[in-house]
Design a protein around this ligand. Structure first.
Ligand SMILES: [Zn+2]
Ligand SMILES: [Zn+2]
Length: 112
């Protein structure tokens, strides 16, 4: 479960899933992108456990393809994890990561 809390910034004030920036250990609103001050270390720890970090790329389970350089969520073709850009299998990934990814892609695809 993602951790949510109300943003304390003026003009926002919405309940959202904030994220932690590990470079400065501050919590930011995911909607207005401003710092939410006064977050206790306990909450920050909880966010760390939830892996609610500042996302560099919005796509979950994104993988950069070494062949075409596309940074996107791959698709699952049989047991192969395939780049959506060039349709080549992403065989440079480690086996544990592939197993995790297969699992995630399978459940994610069911949502669509
Ligand atoms: Zn906000
Ligand atoms: Zn590719």
């Amino acid at each position: 479960m993602a951790f949510s809390l109300p943003c304390t910034n003026k003009g926002c004030g919405k309940i959202q899933n904030p994220y932690l920036d590990i470079t400065d250990n501050k919590v930011y609103c995911s909607l207005c992108d401003k710092e939410i001050p006064g977050i206790t270390p306990i909450v920050k720890n909880q966010m760390k456990m939830n892996k609610q970090f500042r996302q560099k790329q919005p796509k979950p389970f994104g993988v950069k393809c070494p062949r075409c350089g596309r940074d996107d969520r791959p698709k699952l073709v049989g047991q192969d994890i395939v780049c959506v850009g060039c349709n080549n299998p992403l065989d440079h990934l480690s086996e544990p990561f592939k197993i995790m990814l297969r699992d995630k892609l399978r459940t994610t695809n069911n949502d669509v």
